[in-house]
Write a protein that binds this ligand. Structure first.
Ligand SMILES: Nc1ncnc2c1ncn2[C@@H]1O[C@H](COP(=O)(O)OP(=O)(O)OP(=O)(O)O)[C@@H](O)[C@H]1O
Length: 869
């Protein structure tokens, strides 16, 4: 038998699932089939994902490899240069080869991959401290680039816990007066009460009622009691009871002992409904109850039982942001049903009688508004992707600030092709632009139809809202229109789990960096698909999601973005620092090889230990900036600012090292052969000459180049350890700041101390004081010039924007290209019209026929249509 994970998810025991209830339909024990073992189970997959992280094709890493190749090419040039210099000077083959290999090692920095990994590790630890767990650290950098975040509604933007508001019973296809739930008010015995008491999937665990929050609230409102009911299984009795519900002490009087819940067709997000088969104790007939999305429930009801005012009433409540559930029922003869174990949903879920609407209040979480405001200020788009009703979603969107009050909402309604009609999309304007600060929520003609406002303003304030069905039609029949719609699509309601993940995919095609924040099993696909998925639940969703937040609200989203930006910018800083470390090293070696000398072992050791390793280990310790900047950090290595910065600092290196190198040779005391020509060591005695033969590295060149390069490396640490706007400043990284002070102190000490044993240990020689002061002046100048160049020029965003404008540079992201295109399109956004897709000539060639239709009629006006054609 073919097994589909999606279809049978409800019937699969996952590794780690605790079985709390089993149900048998005969005397046999419950049987289970093993589907997967080991790493192939859900838990195994999770463990594997943690142990062997799926390699991600992150652009930054791709570019890093290319960048390293450039540096390798650079060191190969160095190798050629070394070989040429040594051969020219008649060095032995051995010396030439050794020195050439040394040049190669100077040019390749092995610390780079480790430093980048460490940077992610620190980020992961910081996130953990904030209650965000990550199983895919590489995604932390991606979080820093998010420019669009999709939010699930129920349980994410709004509270998971609902409040009962009332029921709107329906009798003889007419809605009755609403019955509000007050503490003193219990529903009297009626089918609606029966539905509320029995149509759920609750269970008791450790004496406590457990289940879907909606079910718990609904059942709680009846005042009835729940009992796990172990049916006495009779071989000839096809009935097998799950549970029994009976009136509690506080419930309104009921003329029955209780209701047996015989069979459940559980709730599924893709079906948007659930049903139960029940039996009143003592009665022979069975009753089927269904509850679910009202639009879904009425599809299974007899048309004559559905009130004419169904849509109006539904809109009345959803427009106020209520969560509305439809209820329906049907009585069936026990004899007419097959054995429950074989029964199909379709057999019982038909010919139902519409019972009415259950209305629940779904409050926004207290943090929702402020977080969405923070994201808006940071120019990060927020999109709602929910399984709930469209109107409810729009209202929640407005209340949460996702759709500001003075914005235009265009409702899209797309229809599948019908007999002789092609697929159509109708553009319906919902909100009037705020006039004199007074905003009206009623449907109206959009005054932007008169083009009083320029198009870019409109586009910024434009929000499309649609349901899953329309989204599906758009993907299938209006694929050329979909990207444009997605640019301003803010509310996607009644979305199935599959549609949620395809929406994320479509947004990614537009080059958005998409985050998804959700809490339910219906968000798993989307959480997995997004660049960054954040689960607010530790249940199913967390298995699919790279990030799981212990903070049960969307506050974790800006926290993660801030940390992502911090990690990303730190990675780039480390990259720049290590590149400069190599370049400074190469330049130094090039100058020294020219004179057939090189830095001493201890000098290299000091540079590696005291600067390279310390910086690598501590540069990532800065915390994220507390506020989200209104723009993202560049995630590119091959970006003009980064390349220019490296080029600039490389030039400074050449200048400062070149100046020191050539100026040294101009000094009157300079000698290549006599290392004591400047000053004699302190223990020098004319009587007893104790001066030993200087070692290879002990000469004026290394004595000068060692502090110059050392200070330059420290300067690079300071200049590249960026602070605002994405990280906290360097001085807040106490460890690195203290270590930098110690490094400076050590180098100053080495430069100015006149201690013979130090000269010997570090392999330097004595030079006049004024020359040491000269070196200090050179490096101080280098520091000021580097710092000013980096902060005033490289980090000057306004300047770069101006340069972009000057060179008419346009972003190549698909969504930016599309935005530019739309801004020039006088026909966008469409208003008061229905568009028809015409599939003709070849497959995929889809023309859109525009039909102005002020009444939004779904039937095309053939005359107008032909006029347009
Ligand atoms: N336990 C339930 N029993 C019956 N119907 C339900 C139940 N829970 C939700 N529904 C209906 O099914 C619809 C889809 O539910 P789904 O869980 O996919 O999304 P949601 O909870 O409404 O929203 P979100 O996707 O934002 O979490 C709901 O809007 C509601 O009308």
């Amino acid at each position: 038998m073919a097994h589909s994970d999606e279809d049978y998810k409800k019937h699969v025991l996952y590794c780690g699932t605790e079985v709390i209830q089993t149900k048998r339909h005969s005397q046999d024990l419950v049987k289970a089939v093993v589907l997967q073992t080991g790493f192939n189970t859900a838990k195994g997959e999770l463990v594997r994902a943690i142990l062997y992280n799926k390699p991600m094709n992150v652009k930054l890493h791709r570019e890093a490899i290319r960048f390293l190749m450039v540096l390798v090419a650079f060191s190969i040039l160095g190798v050629i240069y070394t070989a040429a210099v040594y051969i020219k000077n008649g060095a032995s083959v051995y010396d030439t080869v050794v020195m050439s290999l040394l040049m190669l090692t100077v040019g390749i920095n092995a610390a780079l991959p480790a430093s980048l990994t460490l940077c992610l590790l620190y980020g992961q630890i910081r996130l953990k401290k904030k209650g965000i767990f990550c199983i895919s650290p590489q995604r932390i950098n991606l979080a820093g680039q998010l420019n669009l975040v999709c939010f699930d509604k129920t349980g994410t933007l709004t509270e998971d816990i609902l409040d009962l508001y009332g029921v709107l019973p329906c009798e003889k296809n007419c809605f009755q007066d609403i019955i509000l739930f007050t503490s003193s008010n219990n529903l009297c015995w009626c089918p609606i009460l029966q539905a509320m008491a029995s149509c759920h999937s609750l269970i008791t665990l450790d004496g406590e009622l457990q289940g879907d929050p909606l079910d718990l609230k609904m059942f709680g409102g009846t005042g009835w009691e729940f009992e796990d009911y172990k049916a006495k299984i009779k071989e000839d009795d096809p009935l097998n009871c799950c549970a029994m519900v009976k009136p509690g002490p506080n419930a309104a009087k009921a003329p029955v002992e209780g209701i047996l819940i015989l069979h459940q067709f559980p709730f599924s997000s893709s079906l948007q409904r659930m049903s139960v088969i029940t039996q009143i104790i003592g009665e022979s007939n069975l009753t089927v109850f269904m509850k679910g999305a009202p639009e879904m429930v009425v599809r299974f009801c007899k048309p004559e039982t559905i009130p004419d005012s169904f849509s109006t009433k539904l809109d009345d409540y959803t427009v106020q942001g209520f969560r509305v559930i439809g209820l329906a029922y049907r009585t069936v003869l026990k004899e007419g049903l097959p054995v429950f174990s074989d029964i199909d949903r379709e057999v019982v879920e038909c010919d139902l009688t519409f019972l009415g609407l259950l209305i629940l209040e779904n409050r926004l979480k207290s943090e929702t508004n402020s977080v969405l405001e923070e994201l808006t200020e940071a120019n990060i788009r927020a999109v709602m992707v929910t399984g709930d009703n469209l109107q409810t979603a729009v209202t929640v969107g407005k209340k949460s600030g996702m759709i500001p009050f003075n914005c235009n909402i265009i409702m899209l309604e797309a229809c599948e092709p019908q007999k002789d009609l092609p697929a159509s999309v109708t553009w319906k304007c919902l909100t009037e632009i705020q006039a004199n600060g007074d905003h009206k929520d009623k449907e109206s003609q959009c005054n932007f139809g008169e083009r009083l406002i320029n198009i870019p303003t409109i586009l910024g304030n434009l929000h499309f809202a649609m349901n899953g069905k329309s989204y599906q039609v758009l993907t299938q029949h209006f694929s050329n229109l979909l990207p444009k719609i997605l640019l301003n699509g803010t509310i996607f309601a009644r979305m199935t789990p599959k549609q949620k993940s395809t929406l994320i995919e479509e947004l990614q095609k537009l080059d958005y960096f998409v985050g998804m924040c959700g809490d339910g099993a219906n968000d798993c696909g989307a959480l997995k698909m997004a660049h960054v998925g954040i689960s607010l639940s530790e249940l199913e969703a967390s298995v699919a999601s790279p990030f799981t937040s212990k903070i049960p609200n969307i506050e974790c989203v800006p926290l993660l973005i801030k940390e992502g930006r911090n990690t990303l910018i730190t990675s780039l800083s480390i990259f720049k620092f290590l590149t400069m470390f190599q370049l400074i090293g190469i330049v130094c070696v090039v100058f020294l090889f020219w004179r057939l000398t090189l830095l001493g072992n201890y000098q290299y050791l000091l540079q590696d230990l005291a600067i390279n390793i310390i910086c690598t280990l501590t540069m990532s310790l800065n915390h994220a900036a507390p506020k989200l900047a209104p723009y993202r950090p560049s995630g590119q290595l091959f970006s003009p600012p980064l390349l220019l910065s490296i080029f600039m600092h490389f030039t400074f290196t050449l200048i400062v090292q070149g100046t020191a190198f050539f100026l040294l040779q101009e000094q009157p005391w300079f000698s290549e052969t006599d290392v004591f020509s400047a000053c004699l060591p302190l223990n020098y005695s004319t009587v007893n000459i104790t001066v030993t033969q200087p070692r290879h590295a002990e000469n004026f060149f290394t004595t000068t180049m060692f502090p110059v390069t050392g200070f330059h490396l420290i300067i690079s640490e300071i200049v590249f350890a960026k602070g605002k706007p994405f990280r906290q400043p360097l001085y807040t990284n106490y460890l690195l700041s203290t270590l930098i002070i110690i490094q400076v102190a050590i180098y100053l000490f080495i430069l100015f101390a006149d201690i013979d044993s130090l000269y010997t240990a570090i392999e330097t020689v004595c030079t006049p004081y004024y020359w040491r002061v000269n070196i200090l002046i050179m490096v101080l100048t280098l520091f000021f010039v580097s710092y000013i160049a980096e902060t005033w020029f490289i980090d000057n965003r306004e300047l770069w924007l101006w340069i972009k404008r000057l060179f008419k540079y346009k972003s190549k992201s698909q969504y930016r290209k599309l935005q530019r295109k739309i801004q020039k399109d006088p026909e966008w956004p469409p208003q008061n019209r229905t568009d028809y897709a015409v599939q003709n000539v070849s497959e995929g060639d889809c023309r859109i026929v525009v039909c102005n239709n002020s009444h939004y009629s779904s039937v095309p006006n053939s005359e107008k249509e032909s006029e347009q054609l």
